[in-house]
Design a protein around this ligand. Structure first.
Ligand code: SAM
Length: 278
């Protein structure tokens, strides 16, 4: 790399992540500042409003965990809604399952998808899959008039600020729950218990006010602010969390992060996280 610059994202006032980078592009879309870099260590890096969204090197961890865990938890998923996910990684992983017949992907910012298509082909590679319907709309509005349409809703959004804020409200969760079919599951990225504990507590309080059963699970994407949490929410009260091991074995898909041990282990929470979501 020639003219190396430093890209830093502060996760708290005085702690963050730093990359040696070569800038590729940076411009403001209707919704946010989109920037793309070539990094020395992690391949391409996409940021939105100065926050790391994905790197080519470690995106597989997050995208495995926000897709395959709910897909193997649901007893028979056919129709999926993805809100956000503009880089395409979540859609890529969902569409690897032949059992999934239809995916609606509702991404507010068409420019993010444009950049992903041009510069992040390993993530955006499935955006032309015939099962995928891509809409450039606000996910908050999208769910308002949907009733019992989806088996799984995946909220792969930015943080609970600016355009992402509406995806973390009780009203949105209520509308999303109505959009779930019987037996439906909603999963969201629910932020870093280490860097933004107040966000995590707030998100879980609202999820628990809307869904009868909410389970937290964890993973760790190195370029994200420390360990990362996900909220797994059930439309109906669910005593024991299913794991469809036979479908997992029959599908026999190769994952670089997810596997049945990770599935079971992901629900084991550190004590400080248990306190946050009590
Ligand atoms: N994995 C990343 C994370 O955990 O921060 C998120 C990646 S993805 C790029 C986040 C996407 O959410 C962005 O493309 C952004 O445009 C989209 N987004 C934010 N608010 C939205 C909304 N209200 N409706 C639809 N998409 C939204």
């Amino acid at each position: 790399m020639t003219n190396q610059v430093i890209y830093s994202e502060f996760h708290t006032k005085s702690f963050g992540v730093t990359f040696k980078v070569e800038p590729i592009l940076s411009y403001k879309s209707k919704f946010q500042q989109i920037a793309l870099y070539d990094t020395e260590s992690h391949g391409k890096l996409l940021t939105l409003d100065g926050c790391v969204m994905v790197t080519e090197k470690d995106e597989f961890i997050y995208h495995d965990m926000i897709t395959h865990l709910p897909i193997y938890t649901h007893t028979n998923p056919k129709k999926v809604l993805i809100i956000g996910g503009g880089d395409g990684g979540t859609a890529r992983e969902v569409l690897r399952h032949s059992s999934i017949k239809s995916v609606d992907m509702v991404e507010i910012d068409e420019e993010v998808v444009k950049v992903a298509r041009e510069y992040l082909p390993t993530m955006s590679c499935s955006l032309d899959d015939e099962r995928l319907n891509l809409y450039f709309e606000d996910g908050v509005e999208w769910v308002k008039n949907k009733v019992e349409e989806y088996d799984i809703i995946i909220i792969d959004s930015t943080d609970p600020v600016d355009i992402g804020e509406g995806l973390f409200t009780k009203e949105f969760y209520t509308n999303a729950k109505n959009a779930l079919k019987e037996g439906g599951i909603l999963v969201n990225q629910s932020e870093s218990p280490f860097c933004t504990p107040e966000w995590v507590s707030n998100i879980y309080k609202k999820l628990n006010e809307v869904f009868p059963t909410v389970k937290t699970y964890m993973s760790n994407t190195p370029s994200y602010p420390a360990i990362w949490s996900f909220g797994l929410c059930f439309k109906e009260e669910t005593k024991s969390i299913n794991f469809d091991e036979s479908r997992y074995k029959d599908e026999n898909l190769e994952f670089d992060y997810y596997n049945c041990d990770i599935h079971k282990g992901a629900f084991a929470l550190p004590s400080f996280v248990k306190k946050l979501i009590k």
